[in-house]
Design a protein around this ligand. Sequence first.
Ligand code: ATP
Ligand code: MG
Length: 392
Amino acid sequence: MRLADVQAPAMPRFTTGIGEFDRVLGGGLVPGSLVLLGGSPGIGKSTLTASALGNLASERKVLYVTGEESPAQVKLRAERLGPAALNVPILAETDLDSVIATIEAGQPDVCVIDSVQTLYAPDLSGAPGSVGQVREVAGRLMRVAKQRDVATVLVGHVTKEGSLAGPRVLEHLVDCVLQFEGERERTYRTLRALKNRFGSTNEVGVFEMRGDGLAEVTDASARFVAEATRAPGSVVLAAMEGTRPMLVEVQALVAPTELVPPRRVANGVDRNRLALILAVLSRHGGLALGSSDVFVSLAGGVRVDEPGADLAIALALASAAKGMPLGADRPLAAFGEIGLTGELRPVAHHERRVSEAEKFGLAPVLAPGDGAPTLRQALRRALAAPAAAEAA
Ligand SMILES: Nc1ncnc2c1ncn2[C@@H]1O[C@H](COP(=O)(O)OP(=O)(O)OP(=O)(O)O)[C@@H](O)[C@H]1O
Ligand SMILES: [Mg+2]
């Protein structure tokens, strides 16, 4: 059959009513698709899926299958989430045959399986959660999902190391793999798509866990800028989270050490990247921190894994080491990659980062190609600015 002759009616997506969730999915749940939602214990997988189903329940048929918690436990959570979540029909079952029979009888539009590791196929040996079982469970749920157009969300546990056999083996099978991450004790949690057959994998959703469930954080930049301290060692990084610019405060502390080798502690940034920046600072920036403990941290517990963070980290370190605040009456915003020879290298989405900083009154932004082709020149400019302002 020619592709042109294939019948492919445009299917409307199911919007979950959670903007950040929809955005990461690429505009909502696709009917008949299989989504794997992974994340470490207690991160909020059940909370996210329960409130999504609650929102969907007013217009669609939904089903929440819990193999993990009793109906009473799920109800307690739903009570926290508000009245909509209490309308969701629930099935407490771990037997795959019963679950599939219920889906076929009830024909829901959207179904959540919490979690895929707790279901088991009785005709298969092996404990629930073993590789064979998980694969069989997901395979059979997928067939039902495709045949009946049920958008199915499989919740899966992943340990920090990603070591649990379960969900990893499913990544090829499913249409979309979402990773819910964040430190449990921190406020902000991020939802990323690692794979998406119906959308970009660049999108990131930011959430905050509250008593009444997960709240979307759409104004992450505003919060992080408002929280910026402007003390020595503080710089605002104009980062990209997927296709969305985000301003985050980088904080550095430099203190004399009694340890050999000195401490290098990085929160939210890569340790190796920090080591590289320290080496370039010492070799090309005239700032040797070999006899100091160095701590770098991103405020709010966010994590940024992109080379664009280099310059902001270097400036925060220089400011902390010299005890000089950067930026006169407002925090200094910066971004850019640092090369091994001490040059500043351009990074993607230059304009979008600059305009995000401008939106929050942080212009001018210190960035590559901005009259500062090297790290040394950028340091000189940043450290000179407040002194000049004081003189004036
Ligand atoms: N009353 C409350 N107020 C604020 N936050 C709460 C409250 N109750 C629970 N939480 C938060 O919700 C989290 C648990 O959420 P949830 O059960 O959705 O996580 P999960 O990823 O499904 O966990 P599991 O791996 O156990 O299935 C807790 O770690 C806690 O941060
Ligand atoms: Mg759960």
